[in-house]
Design a protein around this ligand. Structure first.
Ligand code: LLP
Length: 418
């Protein structure tokens, strides 16, 4: 549960706001974020990584989150023009932005150069071609600072869709193939319009084995250390526990492992390390609240509990087979003996939210049901499949709730139709 969650007489409150009252007011489904929890994780990131603390906006992004992250002093990883746009709208200082992406368009690069993003993470030779066209060759002026993204050829132990460090990857310059060396040569040539200040590696997401991060840095070191670059981007990917008993390594442990690996591999003492946690900042900050609409019992087989959202607000179970827990905010500390499958309202059988859920025996139609640890890659990957309007995002703190992204309406669903 989020940091400020309390249970009083069975009823769940977050940020001092009773969750059932909130649902009565804003409706369901809704993403409810504990603002204090978000801030606490941001502060942990800053404590662990200092100036290098950078939030990966893809995990959860809207103007309110951009403001919060800017207030907490983190940099921001944006990987598209859209994420960049929201960052600027939320007041993130451009020089605190890091632009990622394996296929940045000319328009995206142009926008980044115009606003003056802090770092562009160059991902391909084609991107270098584009930068050469875009960056004016005014002699003497400061050149945009870039990192090169390198794929170290390390396989992280995580789902194949979110694994990125292996040689066979759409991202970055491979070490083994010699692409990374060729890219360094090109960027360091006197004619280069950009200035190489660091390398970047991101080996994947939802990684629990901290040794995977250390291994990637060890592999990278033989290539990187002789280049003597002042900066090093170690990516994101710190794992988060979604179900009971799954461990969640802390930001501090992650940073300690990375620093030890960097030291052991011979990087100079002063190298500035930047890390980009996304999930670890936001995942556990939110619960999604739904309302139960139907309960179908198949004796000896299973019980389906249908809610008013589904794969459109949380595609992770369908995409990655991700597991979640569920509970009733009216009886948040009650025993949960009843085995259920929580499903959404979409027109396909794969539309499962919680495969092996446990709920109190008296779960009934009309109950509010919550799924914790849904703050990362839920809202950000939400769709309007079946023309189900996307849920609102509500921040709760100090006894107050504020809707920071309103619920989509049926008119919104038609707003783009010509
Ligand atoms: N930096 C880079 C370059 C990335 O590509 C990513 C995530 C991150 C940082 C942040 O990773 P995190 O700390 O959040 O693990 N949709 C998937 C996750 C995809 C991650 C993509 N890149 C999911 O729901 O599990």
């Amino acid at each position: 549960l989020p940091d400020t969650a309390t249970i009083d007489g069975g009823r769940l409150a977050i940020g001092g706001v009773d969750v059932l009252d909130l649902c009565a007011e804003v409706g369901t489904p809704a993403f409810v974020y504990d603002e204090a929890h978000l801030r606490a994780r941001c502060r942990e990131a800053v404590a662990a990584w200092g100036e290098g603390a950078t939030y990966a906006s893809k995990a959860f992004w809207c103007r309110a989150m951009a403001r919060l992250v800017a207030e907490e002093g983190l940099g921001v990883d944006v990987s598209t023009g859209g994420e960049l746009h929201v960052a600027l709208a939320g007041g993130v200082p451009p020089d605190r932005l890091v632009l990622h992406g394996n296929n940045k368009s000319e328009a995206e690069l142009d926008a980044a150069l115009r606003v003056g993003v802090g770092r562009i993470v160059v991902d391909s030779f084609d991107e270098l071609d584009r930068l050469e066209r875009l960056v004016p060759r005014t002699a003497g002026g400061p050149r945009p600072a870039v990192w090169l993204r390198v794929t170290p050829g390390v396989e992280a132990h995580t789902h194949e869709y979110v694994r990125t460090g292996q040689e066979d990857s759409k991202f970055g310059f491979g070490l083994a193939s010699g692409a990374a060396a060729a890219a360094v040569d090109r960027v360091r040539s006197p004619r280069s319009p950009v200035e190489l200040v660091g390398l970047h590696v991101h080996i994947g997401s939802q990684i629990f084995a901290l040794a995977s991060f250390a291994r990637a840095l060890e592999v990278l070191a033989a290539f990187a250390v002789p280049l003597d670059l002042p900066e090093l981007g170690v990516g994101g990917g710190l794992g988060v526990g979604y179900v009971d008993g799954e461990p969640t390594p802390s930001m501090t442990e992650w940073a300690a492992t990375v620093r030890a690996a960097v030291r052991a591999a011979g990087w100079p003492e002063g190298v500035r390390i930047a890390a980009e946690p996304g999930r670890a900042v936001v995942a556990a900050a939110a619960v999604t609240c739904y309302r139960v609409g139907t309960i179908k019992q198949l004796p000896g087989i299973r019980t389906y509990v249908s809610v008013d959202g589904g794969m459109s607000d949380n595609p992770r179970p369908v995409l990655y087979g991700s597991g979640y827990e569920t509970f009733l905010p009216r009886a948040a500390d009650a025993p949960r003996p009843r085995r259920v499958t929580v499903v959404g309202k979409h027109c396909e059988s794969g539309d499962v939210i919680v495969r092996d859920g446990q709920l109190p025996g008296d779960v009934a139609v009309g109950d509010v049901l919550a799924t914790p640890v849904t703050g990362a890659y839920g809202h950000s990957m939400a769709s309007t499949y079946n023309k189900v309007p996307r849920p609102p995002v509500v921040f709760v703190a100090g006894g107050d709730a504020r809707t920071v992204v309103r619920r989509e309406t049926f008119d919104d669903l038609l707003a783009l139709d010509a």
